[in-house]
Design a protein around this ligand. Structure first.
Ligand SMILES: *Cc1c(COP(=O)(O)O)cnc(C)c1O
Ligand code: SF4
Length: 450
C-alpha cells in the first residue's frame, strides 16, 4: 500500500487523512465535501473491495503516514500487539479530525486506555466459550445458534465484544468444522435460526461464504439465516452485485449491520444497504452505546432516522459488554434508559431499537426500558406516556375460562412459567439458607401445576 502524506496533507491543513495513493494520481475527490476535513485522494481502485482490504492501515507507520498529526503522539505498538489494528482507507476517510473528538477516530484508532484492565472485565464476559457444543458455534437460546465463521474483519473496532477473537488471526471456517456444525444442527432441529457472525463474514470470499450458506441450507430445520456484518459501514464496496446474486439464492437471509454514528451514514453505505434491500434482504442494525462517541439522545436520534431512510430497521442498541479493553467506552446503564426515554414518542416506532444488556455469565440479552407502568390494581393499570400524561387503563372483567390455550409443550422453569402458574418457584441453590434447609416437610417436591 502506498499511503503518503503528500499534497494537501499537513500543509493545506485540512487533512487529517491523506490517503493518496497513486501511480496515476487522480484528481482529489473528497468523500463528503460538505462535511469532511480529510483530504482524500481516491485511487483508481478505490471502489474495489479487494483493494480496500489489501490497503488497510495496519501498522503504526501506515497510521502516521495517513495522519501525520499522530506521529509525535504516544507509542501504540503495545496496544496493537494485543489488539490488532486494521482500518480500510474508506473508513479512514470518514475521519474528520485525527483526535478523540472524532467518533470514527475513536472507533478504529487504538488508544492506550485499551490496556487498562479493571478486574470485572474479562476477555469473554458472555461466556460464549461455555456455550459452544462445537468449537466455533454458540448455542445459547433454545431455537437459535451463532456460528463464528471467520476471525477476520476489514476494520477492527476498538469496542469489539469479541476482541479475544477478532483479528488475532485472520482465518475462516474450514469445511471440516462446517460439517461438525451442520451435524449438530441436524441433531438439534429445534434450532431454526442460524446467525453467521465472526469476525465479519462478508470479508470472506463470496465462494467461501456460499459454501457456508449452502451447507446450512441443506439442514431442513434451519429456517432463517442471519448474517452479522459491519461491511456496509466500513467496506460498503464489498456489497457487489455478485454478492447479492449469491445471497438471494439462500433466502430467507437477513442481515444485521452495525452503524453507531450518523457520520457513518454516507452515500456509499446507503448504496450498500440499497443493494442488499433490493436483493430482498431485510436489514437490521445493532449499535453499541459508546462513551464520547454516540452516548447522546440526539446522536442516536439522527442515527436511527438516517437508518430507516436507508431501509435499515434499528434492531438493538447494546449496553457495552464487560469486555477487557473497552472500559473507556462504557456508559452507565442509565444513559441508555435516558436515550430510550427520549426516543419513544419522538420517533417513529420503526426507528426505535430495543435497548439490551447482554448479560455477563451467559445470561443473554436483557431488554431495559424506562418504567411506563405507574401503578396497578386488579381493576386498573395506570400508565404514563412520554409527555408525562397519566392514563388509567381499565382491565377486562376477569374471566379465565374462555382464554385461548395453545397445546402445551414441555418447558423448563423460567419466569414465564411462574407467571403462567405452571411452576411455583425458581430456587437459587447457592444461598446459605438453601444449604441449611431441611429435606422434610409435607409438601411434595414436584413443582408442576398447582
Ligand atoms: C444475540 C445472540 C443471538 C440472537 O439473539 P436475538 O435476540 O434473536 O437477536 C443468538 N445467539 C447468541 C449466542 C447471541 O449472542
Ligand atoms: S466488525 Fe464486528 S467482529 Fe469485527 S471488530 Fe468490529 S465489532 Fe468486532
Amino acid at each position: 500500500m502506498s499511503m503518503c502524506s503528500a499534497s494537501g496533507g499537513e500543509d493545506s491543513c485540512h487533512g487529517d487523512a491523506s490517503l493518496c495513493v497513486g501511480d496515476d494520481e487522480p484528481p482529489p475527490i473528497a468523500t463528503a465535501p460538505s462535511t469532511t476535513e480529510a483530504t482524500v485522494y481516491r485511487h483508481k481502485n478505490w471502489n474495489d473491495w479487494r483493494w480496500q482490504m489489501a490497503n488497510r492501515v495496519r501498522t503504526p507507520q501506515q497510521l502516521f503516514a495517513a495522519f501525520p498529526r499522530l506521529a509525535g503522539g504516544p507509542d501504540l505498538t503495545a496496544v496493537m500487539t494485543k489488539y490488532p489494528m486494521a482500518i480500510t482507507p474508506y473508513y479512514a476517510s470518514l475521519i474528520r479530525r485525527a483526535d478523540r473528538s472524532d467518533p470514527i477516530f475513536q472507533m478504529c484508532v487504538p488508544q492506550g486506555q485499551e490496556l487498562t484492565d479493571p478486574p470485572f472485565l474479562t476477555p469473554d464476559p458472555l461466556e460464549e466459550c461455555r456455550d459452544m457444543p462445537v468449537p466455533g458455534m454458540v448455542h445459547r437460546y433454545p431455537d437459535r445458534a451463532l456460528v463464528i465463521a471467520t476471525t477476520m474483519c476489514s476494520t477492527y473496532c476498538r469496542h469489539c465484544t469479541r476482541k479475544r477473537i477478532a483479528g488475532t488471526r485472520e482465518t475462516s471456517i474450514t469445511k471440516r468444522r462446517l460439517e461438525q456444525i451442520a451435524a449438530y444442527l441436524t441433531e438439534h432441529p429445534q434450532i431454526s435460526d442460524v446467525i453467521i457472525s465472526g469476525g465479519d463474514p462478508l470479508t470472506m470470499t463470496t465462494e467461501h461464504l456460499e459454501m457456508v450458506l449452502s451447507r446450512l441450507r441443506q439442514v431442513p430445520s434451519v429456517q432463517i439465516i442471519r448474517i452479522g456484518t459491519r461491511v456496509p459501514v466500513v467496506l460498503p464496496m464489498r456489497v457487489t452485485d455478485e454478492l447479492c446474486q449469491m445471497l438471494r439464492k439462500y433466502h430467507p437471509v437477513w442481515v444485521n449491520t452495525h452503524f453507531n454514528h450518523p457520520q457513518e451514514l454516507t452515500e456509499e453505505s446507503a448504496e450498500a444497504c440499497r443493494r442488499l434491500a433490493d436483493a430482498g434482504v431485510p436489514l437490521g442494525n445493532q449499535s453499541v452505546l459508546l462513551r464520547g462517541v454516540n452516548d447522546d439522545p440526539r446522536i442516536i436520534e439522527q442515527l436511527c432516522r438516517g437508518l430507516v431512510r436507508m431501509r435499515v430497521r434499528p434492531y438493538y442498541m447494546y449496553q457495552c459488554d464487560l469486555v477487557r479493553g473497552v472500559e473507556h467506552f462504557r456508559t452507565p446503564l442509565t444513559r441508555g434508559m435516558e436515550i430510550m426515554e427520549y426516543l419513544r414518542g419522538r420517533l417513529s416506532g420503526l426507528a426505535i431499537p430495543t435497548f439490551v444488556v447482554d448479560a455477563p455469565h451467559g445470561g443473554g440479552k436483557i431488554p431495559v426500558l424506562p418504567t411506563y407502568v405507574v401503578s396497578q390494581s386488579p381493576t386498573h393499570t395506570v400508565l404514563r406516556n412520554y409527555e408525562g400524561m397519566l392514563i388509567a387503563y381499565p382491565e377486562p372483567h376477569q374471566r379465565f375460562d374462555d382464554q385461548c390455550t395453545a397445546p402445551r409443550e414441555e418447558s423448563s422453569p423460567g419466569v414465564w412459567e411462574l407467571a403462567a402458574g405452571r411452576y411455583s418457584r425458581i430456587q437459587p441453590k447457592e444461598t446459605i439458607r438453601h444449604a441449611r434447609r431441611q429435606p422434610c416437610c409435607t409438601s411434595d417436591e414436584s413443582v408442576g401445576d398447582f
